[in-house]
Design a protein around this ligand. Structure first.
Ligand SMILES: Cc1ncc(COP(=O)(O)O)c(C=O)c1O
Length: 417
């Protein structure tokens, strides 16, 4: 029982000393060429992406880093995904498969195209959708798959390519959280028809808000470019032409591109550091009874937007929620659970466009209903997951103290079982 604990082992939650004895390492994110490029952008006397040079420079750099054939700048990651679907001709009544464990930005474009989201369960250990589970969700209405490389951990892309090809589906990679991640040494964002990246303020690199969409095919690039810019034909004559189809204004500005370019210059450094910390953490907790570390496939190189572990309550003697509280008391920036789109009123109450249940009640008689239980692994993940932040400014000591805190909390509950 608890009587065997030394003073050092006493949980901070119960008045013991904190495991995290020093503050987390911090640093300035915008400490490189950002200001210089912003100034250059302003000196151009235009901030329009088509007239200035910054967006071009950003995209050239992006293409050379991730080895993409084509890329377009957009206003956000959400916009990138909508553009991918619009340019890929996903429309009215089509079904699009995606995982529920993701940001709402993954699903917005589907509904905006009046298509229907079909949620596919995840592997509870990697938190990723798998090709086997995806296959089970295919119907004659399926037109696209959006894979989400959650937390910087890559999905099994060869299998997804096969699946998409066999079934004539558009394959979209949501790379918002996976800057710099690789599958079999190839950067994510280059496997599918489209790769969609976010530059929002919480991602590996940021320009405040912004996004990039990559593709291997010129025709998709042209289509994406036009869709994101009100269907103006800027790649042909460069002149405005009357809109041929419905497009949106998802343009990036030269100011966003200037900051994005400076940030891209730091990407490899940021990702290397995060990878090192993430792997160190996962190895450090790998032998603790009752904890299941995030699974990274041997073929994957994770860029660790975050990491974490699941708590097996029976073996660990504690719920994930209580484990997270104990870690927080130890001074660790841990948090319990994550986002499950199947917990949102948008789906549970089927309230997409306000004042109507369209497209969930589809005019041809189809009815789409959503329940949290539709994806049991996702629910299980939500109940058992503890998120551990990874940051390039953390120090080796931060990681060591985090591992120590996890060990300490786990040992305490093991001994009091
Ligand atoms: C997995 C995922 N997809 C899409 C998005 C949407 O990106 P943005 O916020 O740039 O629209 C996010 C952002 O949090 C995300 O994490």
């Amino acid at each position: 029982m608890a009587g065997t604990h030394t003073e050092k082992d006493k949980l901070a939650l119960l008045g013991g000393p904190k495991a995290k004895t020093t503050p987390y390492g911090t640093g300035k994110r915008f400490n490189g060429s950002e200001l210089q490029y912003l100034q250059q952008a302003l000196e151009q006397n235009t901030l329009f992406y088509y007239h200035g040079q910054m967006t071009n420079r950003l995209l050239e750099r992006f293409k050379s880093i991730i080895k993409a054939n084509f890329a377009a700048g957009v206003s956000s990651g959400t916009a990138a995904i909508h553009v991918a679907l619009g340019a890929g001709q996903i429309t009215y009544g089509d079904e699009v498969i995606l995982p529920p464990i993701t940001d709402v930005g993954t699903v917005i474009g589907i509904l905006a195209q009046n298509a229907l989201p079909v949620f596919c369960d995840i592997d509870p250990d990697s938190y990723l959708m798998t090709p086997e589970l995806t296959r089970k969700k295919l119907t004659p209405r399926t037109k696209a798959i959006i894979v989400v490389h959650l937390a910087g951990n890559s999905c099994c892309m060869e299998e997804y390519q096969k699946l998409a090809q066999e079934n004539h589906l558009l394959l979209v990679e949501d790379c918002a959280q996976a800057w710099g991640a690789k599958f079999k040494n190839q950067r994510v964002g280059t496997f599918g028809d489209f790769g969609c990246f976010s530059l929002n303020d919480f991602k590996h690199i940021s320009c405040g808000d912004g996004g990039i969409i990559s593709t291997r095919y010129e025709y998709l690039y042209r289509s994406a470019h036009a869709f994101a810019d009100k269907y103006y034909d800027r790649l042909g004559t460069g002149m405005r032409t009357p809109a041929s189809w419905l497009g949106f204004n998802y343009r990036i500005t030269e100011l966003q591109s200037a900051v994005g370019l400076a940030q891209l210059e730091k990407l490899d450094q940021i990702v290397t550091r995060r990878h090192e910390f993430g792997m160190k953490f996962l190895n450090g907790i790998s032998k603790i009874p009752g904890l299941i570390p995030q699974k990274i496939a041997p073929e994957s190189y994770s860029s660790f937007w975050f990491t974490g572990f699941r708590v097996d309550e029976k073996t660990a003697g504690v719920t994930a929620s209580d484990f997270a509280k104990a870690l927080q008391a130890e001074g660790i920036e841990a948090s319990y659970s994550y986002f499950n789109l199947l917990d949102c009123d948008l789906f549970l109450k089927r309230q997409g466009y306000r004042g109507t249940t369209f497209p969930f009640d589809f005019p041809d008689g189809r009815v789409y209903e959503y329940k949290t239980e539709d994806c049991p692994n996702a629910s299980y993940f939500m109940k058992t997951f503890i998120k551990i932040p990874i940051n390039e400014f953390h120090t080796d000591e931060d990681i060591e103290q985090t591992i120590w805190a996890v060990e300490k909390v786990a040992r305490y509950y093991q001994n009091t079982k």
